[in-house]
Design a protein around this ligand. Structure first.
Ligand code: IPE
Ligand code: MG
Length: 239
């Protein structure tokens, strides 16, 4: 009997906080606060859904281009969230990973993220990967530098994908199976590009602050209907 395919690793590009606020005549930061609330509300649903890895795009290396008011407000929200949600992450027995660069992030935020990683490193049932100050291209460049620095004799035959991927921020994390992007935009915005090489992609018009278990279920149903082939072509399945 064939069971319906279920994703191990889901990655979400959280989008639409600004539009959510705009539609209510509120400032953009109110939208980001609503986004943080949506994350808290949905966390249990993700935790209990049966997926093992959840990656979230919180702030990209390109988001620094926003107004300094918005960037500062976002940093405050992240700091708050790191503090407020730590208890819940620990109680949920989730392992926390931060991916991205520390370049430009407030030192106190970096410290909190690292502390949470340290405190949860014994867990393995569920992994929460938070991309903060993350860009796919930035990650590749940082990984290439690390690999070059740690290799004394240069044997280019050793520069395989397997070896290189050990220098990526996601070295402890399997490839992404399902990407969800909210707010109707249909692009990948430099998010975990190598990790989503074979992912299925679900676009929903729902704005992130309005995301619920129902939206998540639609994404899982979409995934269950897909026929993944990893470049292998149409292989006739044994029954
Ligand atoms: C996504 O919402 C949240 C972050 C990037 C931090 P946006 O702020 O991009 O919302 P829109 O696209 O303006 O609606
Ligand atoms: Mg946006």
């Amino acid at each position: 009997m064939n069971s319906r395919p279920f994703p191990v690793h889901v990655a979400i590009i959280l989008d639409g906080n600004g539009r959510w606020a705009q539609r209510r005549g509120l400032p953009r930061l109110a939208g980001h606060r609503a986004g943080a609330r949506a994350l808290r509300k949905n966390f249990k649903i993700f935790r209990q859904s049966g997926i093992r890895y959840l990656s979230l795009f919180g702030f990209s290396t390109e988001n620094w281009r926003r107004s300094s008011d918005e960037v500062q407000g976002l940093m405050r929200i992240f700091l708050n969230a790191a503090q407020r949600n730590a208890r819940e992450i620990l109680d949920a027995r989730a392992r926390f990973h931060w991916i991205g660069s520390d370049d430009g992030l407030p030192a106190v935020l970096v410290r909190r993220l690292r502390q949470l990683e340290e405190k949860t490193k014994g867990e393995d049932d569920f992994h929460l990967i938070l991309a903060l100050n993350y860009g796919g291209r930035d990650e590749v460049v940082r990984a290439a530098r690390k690999m070059a620095e740690s290799t004394s004799s240069v044997d280019f035959a050793q520069w395989t994908w397997e070896n290189f991927s050990r220098y990526l921020d996601t070295r402890h994390v399997p490839d992404i199976d399902l990407v969800i992007r909210t707010s109707g935009e249909q692009r990948l915005s430099n998010f975990m590009l190598l990790q989503m090489a074979y992912a299925e992609i679900f676009f929903t018009p729902t704005l992130w602050p309005d995301f619920t278990g129902e939206t998540f279920q639609l994404a899982l149903d979409f995934y269950a209907s897909r026929d993944r082939r990893w470049g292998g072509g149409l292989i006739s399945k044994e029954t």
